[in-house]
Design a binder for this molecule. Structure first.
Ligand SMILES: [Zn+2]
Length: 125
């Protein structure tokens, strides 16, 4: 028995919807990947800026800073800045821990690896 035109049309639309669904899934995957890449790059950028600031000093190296790029009185401040930065990434829902660095974190779930890092940075002697 010959297929009715409307049945063929429905089958065609179903196939197109499947295709569309697959495209949406692929796009979502790509967005996820790009977001993670972006997070990693942002964190690396902050790190690079901090390294430059640490090495050269915010205004320009004084004599003591030129001799010692990591003066003891400044390092605790820098450490706190680093912690604040990591904390803000973590609060944004991004992993700052080594196993999941830069990946999206479920905001409702705490990550013990991230917490560990943040705790260790928070302890100032
Ligand atoms: Zn984590």
């Amino acid at each position: 028995m010959a297929e009715m035109p409307v049945e063929r049309l429905i089958r065609q639309i179903e196939a197109e919807m499947d295709q569309l669904n697959q495209s949406v899934r692929q796009l979502k995957d790509q967005v996820e990947t790009l977001t993670q890449e972006n997070n990693r790059l942002r964190m690396q950028q902050y790190e690079a800026i901090e390294t430059i600031t640490l090495t050269e000093g915010p205004i320009g190296p004084t004599d003591s800073q030129a001799r010692n790029p990591f003066p003891s009185n400044a390092s605790s401040t820098e450490e706190l800045k680093g912690k604040a930065r990591l904390q803000s990434f973590y609060d944004e829902g991004i992993h700052v821990c080594h196993p999941y660095f830069g990946t999206k974190r479920d905001p409702h779930e705490a990550c013990i690896f991230c917490q560990d890092i943040l705790d260790s940075l928070g302890e100032s002697s």
